[in-house]
Design a protein around this ligand. Structure first.
Ligand SMILES: C[S@@+](CC[C@H](N)C(=O)[O-])C[C@H]1O[C@@H](n2cnc3c(N)ncnc32)[C@H](O)[C@@H]1O
Length: 197
């Protein structure tokens, strides 16, 4: 999956990595910054998503679609779609451009809006990547914990980089008997929770 990245996907990833590195230091206001996962985290997500059980493949927090490209690799391998939620229209516009130039519109469904409004009515989830504003993490957990299929995975970003802010979420998930969960020190720290079978 990683040895033969389609050139259009690889090129867009490189462009977004450069844009992300730049906007962290050039004074771009926070809401406009891309705030992407690093490449290693992308590979980690793609591996987990490719091996997750059957069920919807979901992302909460699209930004310009960098992490979505990694999930699109898994979706293509699995023969399914990834549904990604972005609350800001300006970010969604950048993501649409990403998906078009990377050639992944056939496997990516972008939904503009607050993901919390959609999750309760959505299908059962095989894999979910959560990378939104930190104050929504607990809400999302309460919405999706029961929507995960047996063996279904939630991966949440920034568990180590925002340890204090996300402590209530982290401790809630780690103590939840519906899942087995662990914090993985890759990138900004990923909480991986697997619904018990
Ligand atoms: C850290 S960035 C996501 C980065 C992206 N996952 C990547 O690695 O390329 C967080 C994004 O989540 C979006 N967001 C925040 N709260 C949201 C919500 N409740 N529903 C959907 N998107 C949300 C923000 O607008 C922002 O674009």
């Amino acid at each position: 999956m990683f040895h033969d990245l389609p050139p259009a996907i690889a090129a867009r990833m490189r462009a977004l990595e450069s844009a992300d590195a730049l906007d962290r230091h050039d004074g771009t206001p926070r809401p406009e910054r891309l705030r992407q996962i690093p490449p290693d985290t992308g590979r980690f997500l793609a591996l987990l998503a490719a091996g997750a059980p059957e069920g919807a493949l979901v992302e909460i927090g699209t930004s310009a679609g960098y992490s979505t490209l990694w999930l699109a690799l898994a979706a293509r391998q699995r023969g399914c779609h990834v549904t990604t939620y972005e609350v800001l229209e300006a970010k969604a516009a950048r993501a649409r451009e990403t998906f078009a130039v990377a050639g992944v519109t056939d496997v990516v469904d972008l939904v503009v809006g607050d993901a919390r409004e959609f999750l309760s009515t959505g299908p059962a989830i095989g894999f979910c990547f959560l990378d939104a504003e930190k104050e929504v993490y607990l809400d999302v957990w309460h919405e999706i914990a029961d929507a995960l299929v047996p063996g279904g995975l939630l991966v949440a970003d920034n568990i180590l980089s925002h340890a204090e802010e996300l402590a209530p979420f982290r401790d809630t998930v780690l103590a939840d008997e519906r899942v087995d969960a662990v914090v993985v020190p890759i990138g900004k720290g990923e909480l991986v929770a697997r619904r018990r079978v």
